[in-house]
Design a protein around this ligand. Sequence first.
Ligand code: M6R
Length: 602
Amino acid sequence: MCGIIGYVGNKSAVPIILDGLKRLEYRGYDSAGIAVMNEQGFGVVKQKGRLASLEQLVNQQPIAGTIGIGHTRWATHGEPSDINSHPHLGSQNKIAIVHNGIIENYLQIKERLEQKGINFVSQTDSEVVAQLAEHYYDGGIVDTVVRTVNALEGSYALGIMCLDEPEKLIAVKKDNPLIIGVSDYGCFIASDVPAILPHTNKVYYLNDREIAVLTRSKVEFFNMDGEPIEKELEVVNWTLDSAEKGGYEHFMLKEIMEQPKILQDTIHSAIHGDNARIVESLDITKYNKIVITACGSAYNAGMVAKYVFERLCRVSVEVELASEFRYKDPIIDKNTLVILVSQSGETADTIAAMREAKRRGAVTLSIINVVGSTIAKETDYTIYTMAGPEIAVATTKAFSAQLVLLYILAIAFARKLGRISPEVEAKLLAEISAIPEKAAEILERVDMIQKYAATCIGCKSIFFIGRNIDYAISMEGSLKLKEISYIHSEAYAGGELKHGTISLIEDNTMVVAVSCCERLYEKIYSNVEQVISRGAKVLMIGSCIKASPHGKLQIIEIPRINELFSPSLSVIVLQLFAYYVAANKGLDIDKPRNLAKSVTVE
Ligand code: M6R
């Protein structure tokens, strides 16, 4: 939540920062701002609203400098407004900051500083950082930053400039992401790699409570005692193309279309590459319980995985919402394997769940997309989805990559536990290897899905039903639809309808039924008939549908596959359905209202 970018070098900072903010806009987009530092002081332009309006404002009120910071906001404390937008300055205009995170003790600090006569202008928690740093500043910015962050409770990624040290851009973080990039024309700070990819792929990953001091030509690092530390420069293998729309109208559509390739890369890595080595090093026979914990779509991937693990490994698997996990006194110990699933590796609730699991002695394995992220660094084992940068707020390709990694993990565990023979393992892996090709087949049928979605834009509510693993993937279909189309939606296990939900079905209520479990076809079809006879219109998606379409029933066939892996195919139809419903409504698909890509606050 919130995106930070900063630059110091020999080029003009404003275009670099604006471009970086565009690439970070998926992290928050209710307001945005830039501050540059020059001989006259700070030039600040900031306002409520999307980045496009900030860009216009910068054109009307040009600011110049070769060092600057920028911010795109997802409001937590203080409504979206011009004054609450970042950057924030101390009242003597000596220090400017951008902040991502939450300062939990801001009211106490604010009160203390107000008693000393310091005037606050915003309602944000972030302003205290600028005011406090300015209050503490005594000629040494590193010492000032140490003192300041030592007084803060909560989480922060900060970009800081100080007028008395005009060559330096300072970065510091705790529990929120911040990376440092270096190029031959300057150095950068950013919340995420895509923001700086046009300039460099050489990065340092900042750890919690490490300080970076960037100048035009070098970066120095310090610990909280103000002592210099060494860090390793790493090369990121994401390309600039992978972080651009490439001719598509939305990132979401581009990311859906990329899935065959991403699936192939992820499957290859998990069967033959680095991921395979990590999976092999994990001795599953040591654990008597598996817990999967995650948020949102990653949680839904966990729900699908539960069916696969339990069927193949015959081990009971619990799936927990990460936001609930630490408050439920979880029953886990050193004999539990806790699997954390997260695209960003920075979701605050999932980080908290991971730390709770570690505190209780459990062994942790994470499935992550962003290399160098907090969860990737802190778990005992990490395997990576090879999805590349995912920009659309609604996850698609990262979710699909999580699914195939979870299947392959389940197969490896089943083999190690002696539940499947090498022949069965080989057969299952062959079926997984066929997923990318079958996914590509579905993507050839986009027109049909688009046409159907166009008929659903007036729906007030859309229900998703399925049984068994089809129910698990229906949850993802429902989440995808509601987050980008703003249509109310619920997923139900088909058999549950008659226990209450069916009272919501009336003339023309829309129901999407997923049907890939052949052995349960008759069961789900009878649920479909029950809703049709109460007036619903139904879209059935599946590989084993025996009924023929009619006025109230439409069918989208998907290729046949082992039912355990079918969510990888049905989800593509569900993603496209959600995408085209939202596209037909003319919505801002990549940046749905109130949401942000990486939820780094609780
Ligand atoms: O980065 P993470 O995978 O940890 O994010 C978890 C959820 O916030 C995320 O999946 C969210 O639900 C997506 N917007 C869904 O499309």
